[in-house]
Design a protein around this ligand. Structure first.
Ligand code: GBH
Length: 467
């Protein structure tokens, strides 16, 4: 209940990190300015049928031109940290060659603006906007992309690390690899399982290379990490087939990233599953050592959890290609506007489990939030009680996980404002601030006011357990 959740939230420590998050392509617009070149998303948006209504990020929230105003908005929300991403094709057009100072200057100004307002900047180096030219050269399935990423990361790090102390290499490599190269539901829209698995490895390698180089170059202490999207994977029934399906979903959804990052090895069962599908991970000598370079924080993005069945609707345990069926089945719970089930208990389970299986690694919730079909009044105000309830139950779930031993140190609401929701275009709204795409007017929703008040209450409640 809301009262229980409020008590849980009040138990969070006074120095818990509170923030809001965005990503470059989803908010910036200004895709042709100051030397930026196209990313795979500029291209993908122009492929007919790929994005709702044929929409794209050409203008988005026009944040590139409204940055100071948006930082003032963040300040009003009372958060202490802002997580944003840097657009690779602004900093290093075409993904190769020298730094583009004009593009990098935008982030330099953003960081200064945040610091002037007492807000900590948290940089994500890659949130899906690969320079198109690197995709033309093979993209993430190609090993060279990992080295290109590390070079680019150092361009940003060299410029900003005197002021930015927290760095995330990649946002959700699962989405890049599986949605981008296997399911084709995100840029670049390719559909090849072997390519997707090669992409997994090269994303991890790029993360490791960048992490090693940033660590070595750091002149003052920095916190380095990666962000993974995960949920709890439950078997739909107690049958052996369903338990196997849940294991496979967790293997490709979580452990194929976590185990090499943390323990320098790919999970044996996943490797065996892959071999059965004729796919080998393209590992070279030393890669796993690079990938397991120590990190300081694991970013966790949570939206939903799933139950898995090992059989399809007709009772078959293999698909037409002979691949074992791993099918997500709905539990009949309420859903958000994305159709994603609302499962706060799955959030607690996930965090407690991560704390047990990967001990010694502090976690921060780098994204959590929900899309709902907002209805704005004449003043563009949205009384989004559904979103407030989602936040309340999920922040409560984080606090419950802490009480059960999970080392979670912060929480970021996704998202600061309504923005370009990838293949869903502007139809889905995740913001705690309403954006009117005609006027670019921003109006905080009820959830933004609730979040501000909750943060203030949590800060003054001074939870029992210190960080
Ligand atoms: C994040 O990805 C992104 O980082 C962010 O840019 C994006 O705007 C935000 O979430 C909202 O989408 O279809 O029921 O199986 C989210 C990753 C991966 C979460 C797939 C939901 C599938 C749910 N998503 N997952 S379901």
């Amino acid at each position: 209940t809301a009262a229980v959740e409020a008590d849980l939230i009040a138990s969070l420590p006074a120095n818990f990190r509170w923030g809001v998050a965005t990503s470059a392509y989803q908010i910036e617009g200004a895709v042709d300015e100051d030397g930026r070149t196209p990313s795979i998303w500029d291209t993908y948006c122009r492929v007919p049928g790929m994005v709702h209504n044929g929409e794209n990020g050409d203008i988005a929230c026009d944040h590139y031109h409204r940055m100071p105003e948006d930082v003032a908005l963040i300040k009003e929300l009372g958060v202490d940290t802002y997580r944003f991403s840097v657009a690779w094709p602004r900093v290093q057009p075409r993904g190769t060659g020298p730094v583009n100072e004009a593009g990098l200057a935008f982030y330099d100004r953003l960081v200064d603006e945040l610091l002037a307002k007492g807000i900590d900047p948290w940089v994500t180096l890659y949130h899906w906007d690969l320079p198109q030219e690197l995709e033309d050269a093979g993209g993430w399935p190609v090993r060279d992309t990992a080295y290109r990423f590390a070079d680019y990361a150092m361009m940003v790090f060299d410029k900003l690390s005197d002021r930015v102390k927290i760095w995330t290499t990649l946002n959700e490599p699962w989405c890049t690899a599986m949605l981008g190269y296997y399911e084709g539901r995100q840029a670049p829209g390719r559909r090849n399982f072997g390519d997707a698995i090669a992409a997994v490895h090269h994303l991890l390698l790029g993360h490791g290379l960048a992490t090693q180089r940033m660590r070595e170059a750091a002149r003052t202490p920095v916190e380095l990490g990666i962000t993974l999207n995960m949920g709890s994977s439950y078997p739909a029934t107690d049958s052996a087939a369903d338990r196997e399906a849940a294991r496979r979903a967790d293997g490709l959804g979580a452990r194929i990233y976590l185990d090499p990052l943390r323990y320098g090895r790919y999970p044996k069962d996943v490797v065996a599953d892959l071999l059965q599908r004729g796919v080998e991970i393209p590992i070279k000598d030393g890669d796993l050592e690079t990938i397991s370079a120590p990190i300081d924080v694991l970013g966790v993005n949570y939206y939903s959890s799933h139950r898995y069945s090992g059989v399809d609707e007709d009772g078959n345990s293999r698909d037409a290609d002979g691949v074992p069926v791993t099918r997500a089945v709905l539990a009949g719970l309420p859903v958000t506007d994305m159709g994603w089930e609302i499962v706060p208990a799955g959030f607690t389970d996930l965090l407690v489990r991560l704390g047990r299986e990967y001990p010694g690694l502090p976690m921060v919730i780098t994204e959590n939030g929900s899309a709902f079909a907002d209805e704005a009044d004449a003043d563009d105000y949205v009384q989004d009680d559904d979103r407030v309830a989602y936040f309340q139950s999920h922040i409560g779930a984080v606090a419950a996980a802490r009480q059960a031993g999970a080392d979670v140190r912060g929480y970021f609401a996704w998202s600061l404002m309504d923005n370009f929701e990838w293949s869903y275009g502007y139809a889905k709204r995740f913001g705690i601030v309403r954006v009117d795409y005609e006027t670019q007017q921003r109006v905080p929703k009820a959830s933004a006011l609730w979040y501000r008040d909750t943060i203030n209450a949590a800060r003054s409640a001074r939870g029992s357990a210190p960080l």
